[in-house]
Write a protein of this length. Structure first.
Length: 357
């Protein structure tokens, strides 16, 4: 992996961040440096400290909403690359490696465990932070350990998965220890037997019952599903200019879910005989699709407000229709939150990270 000697840091100024996010929104970074070797990182962090500036660690920018006013601090882009094996199914990827390149690399070698996460934009380093998940798989199921620079101790640590505090779209890295660690690399324990999990309804319906597809077939199916929902980055598909899911799916206790059912029924939001879609979640709770709540609160796919819209293909994605401002994104986010809360009494929580607000 590219963690060789320290090179000279190349610090740039007033770099437009919109070019580094999939949503394509955001003003300039006061300072911007790309770290391509591990031992450049402490030097970059020291530079920020010397100027008493806040630091933003930038990965693939696929889960970021950056303010039009930009970030008045020090952006450190993680440009570490490389994929290595160190034992049967044991794969380590550097944080700056493109996530989907790692998935393709693993699938090519018949290794199972991350194929359902095909086509997700962003870099490897971002995946443990929000415990990326899709189609019935989460990275926490295969992560063995996370190598990170501990900013409070000034040293590199290997954090085993059991100490990462993984939950739905959560880990210690975005909760209790937010901003403490900079992820440098992730080690995955993948399965050499190639056994796949296709229980997620969208995926199961692609294969005849009782068949066991290979990892490559599952990857191809996931890519097709994501393409149909404009969840694959493609400059030719305007609906893909988004930060992916803009809201988390609410996870409710059985009691809160019963309340939600009552509200849905009493406000006439259910078709005759219809039940609210739900998925099992940790602790006997239920996960409810935010997209369903948004639609039943009266919003629709393709709805526009200025230069921002709800994706034509998936209600959970807000799309930059061209030249959108961050204020327009926030205005639409709030409108959706208020609309859903008014009907269902639930406040949807945004999923992306907000910078410079
Ligand atoms: N639905 C709608 N309208 C839509 C889309 C979905 O009502 O336009 C409802 C339907 O009831 C559908 C259900 O939502 O059955 C689930 O839809 P989908 O399978 O597309 O998944 P999701 O819950 O909307 C989550 C993740 C996605 C991930 C998919 C697939 C979150 C916040 N989002 O979305 O992750 O790709 O499952 O597993 O958990 C992301 O985090 O950025 C992301 C794209």
């Amino acid at each position: 992996m590219t963690d060789g000697g320290t090179g000279e840091l190349c610090i740039r100024e007033f770099v437009p961040l919109r070019n580094y996010t999939t949503l394509g929104v955001g003003g300039p970074a006061r300072y911007f440096v790309c770290v391509t070797a591990v031992d450049q990182l402490p030097a970059a962090l020291d530079e920020a400290l010397r100027r008493s500036l806040p630091v933003l660690i930038l990965g693939g920018g696929s889960n970021l909403v950056v303010s039009d006013r930009g970030f008045p601090g020090f952006v450190v882009q993680i440009g570490l690359r490389g994929i290595e094996t160190s034992g049967p199914g044991l794969v380590t990827a550097a944080a700056g490696e493109e996530w989907d390149r790692l998935v393709a690399w693993s699938v090519e070698r018949g290794l199972a465990g991350i194929e359902n996460l095909s086509g997700i934009p962003g870099s490897v380093g971002g995946t443990p932070i929000q415990n990326v998940g899709a189609y019935g798989q989460e990275v926490s199921e295969t992560i063995e350990s996370v190598r990170a620079f501990d900013r409070s101790a000034g040293c590199i640590r290997d954090v085993p998965a059991r100490d990462c505090g993984f939950g739905y779209r959560a880990s210690r890295f975005n909760t209790a220890d937010r901003d403490r660690f900079v992820v440098l690399g992730v080690t995955f324990q993948l399965r050499e037997d190639g056994r796949v999990n296709i229980t997620y309804p969208d995926l199961a319906s692609r294969f005849p019952a009782g068949t066991m597809p290979c990892v490559d077939e599952v990857r191809r199916a996931v890519m097709e599903i994501r393409a149909a929902k404009a969840m694959l980055l493609d400059p030719a598909v305007p609906d893909s200019r988004s930060a992916g899911s803009f809201f988390r799916n609410p996870v409710l206790s059985l009691e809160s879910f019963a309340e939600l059912e009552n509200r849905a029924a009493s406000t006439g939001r259910l078709e005759p005989g219809e039940v609210i879609p739900r998925y099992p979640a940790d602790g006997g709770r239920l996960k409810v699709p935010a997209a369903w709540l948004i639609e039943r609160a009266g919003f629709r796919k393709g709805q526009r407000q200025g230069r921002v819209g709800i994706s034509n293909r998936h209600t959970l994605a807000l799309v930059n229709l061209g030249g959108a401002t961050s204020d327009e994104i926030i205005a639409m986010m709030k409108q959706i939150q208020t609309g859903v809360e008014l009907i269902f009494g639930l406040r949807l929580q945004p999923e992306p990270v907000f910078v410079g607000f």
